[in-house]
Write a protein that binds this ligand. Structure first.
Ligand SMILES: [Zn+2]
Length: 286
């Protein structure tokens, strides 16, 4: 293998070249060579040639540019959008975001009214909502239990929390629980409403959300109908005080400070979120 082909990094050159990174690096090479040239002109020329060759062959010369440049830019008070095409690296899961057990529009006010009526949440004089103490205890106990079960058991439990016949499986080394609807909604459910969708529809939940939602449905399932319980599971994530997967403290932060920052799938760095202080798991996006 020739030296140039050994140095070449196809993932950062040719079609994959990141032009903002190339420009940043070219500027670095020119400035560094000029500074070196002041000390020793031949050395400056050599640095310019070597640096340019590396940028041409490898796409960048400053180590970790593909990782660092987008974060650097994210901190600058300018909006460059996602011109850093690689700001979201290819992920095994295709860069997906966690979904909800029930994939349909929900009337938030109506849902809250039902949850208040059922004693699942309580509202104080100012209208702030709280999870009822006994619901929280049952929910948190359920999460602690599900944290330790096998992938297969978690997948089966999550599937049974869906308000339709479903099967569960785990993907991405256990990072995702996928719930697949096996049939259209049964007509004889307590609630007359039917859930939109047909057999084969899939819902992808992060493991944290699968644990939280499955335990939430179990905690409130005797107070509301299965569809309401599944719909409520997503907003109930807002009440998390400990991480569903590791038990760590939940903190309010912004996307750029957690969960892979702006190189993750969430590209709005200032989006406020709830995340685990210990394992960095994204738990709720406001
Ligand atoms: Zn955690």
């Amino acid at each position: 293998m020739s030296l140039p082909s050994r140095l070449r990094r196809p993932e950062y050159t040719g079609e994959n070249r990141c032009w903002p990174c190339t420009v940043v690096n070219a500027v670095v090479v020119v400035v560094a060579s000029a500074l070196l040239g002041v000390v020793s002109p031949p050395l400056g020329v050599l640095a310019l040639l070597a640096g340019s060759a590396l940028v041409a062959l490898r796409g960048y010369v400053v180590p970790y540019t593909p990782t660092v440049a987008p974060r650097l830019i994210a901190r600058l008070p300018v909006d460059v959008g996602d011109r850093f095409g690689h700001a979201r690296p290819e992920r095994a899961d295709g860069g997906r975001t966690s979904e909800s057990l029930v994939d349909e529009e929900v009337d938030g006010d109506e849902l809250i009214r039902r949850l208040v009526d059922a004693g699942v949440v309580t509202a104080d004089e100012s209208g702030d909502l709280f999870l009822a103490d006994d619901v929280r205890r049952s929910w948190e106990a359920g999460m602690r239990r599900l944290r330790d079960v096998s992938d297969a058991e978690l997948a089966a439990s999550t599937a049974s929390a869906a308000p339709f016949p479903a099967e569960g499986r785990v993907e991405g080394d256990g990072d995702w629980v996928v719930v697949t609807r096996t049939a259209v909604a049964e007509e004889d459910r307590d609630d007359a409403e039917t859930v939109a969708g047909a057999g084969g529809d899939e819902v992808w939940l992060s493991r944290a959300h699968a644990v939280a939602d499955t335990a939430a449905v179990a905690a409130i399932g005797d107070r509301v109908d299965p569809l309401t319980a599944a719909q409520a599971a997503t907003p109930i994530r807002l009440f998390l005080e400990s991480c569903p997967v590791c038990g760590g403290a939940v903190e309010e932060t912004v996307v750029k400070n957690c969960c892979g920052g702006t190189v993750g799938v969430y590209d709005k760095p200032e989006t406020p979120v709830l995340a685990c202080a210990d394992c960095d798991e994204l738990l709720y996006e406001f």
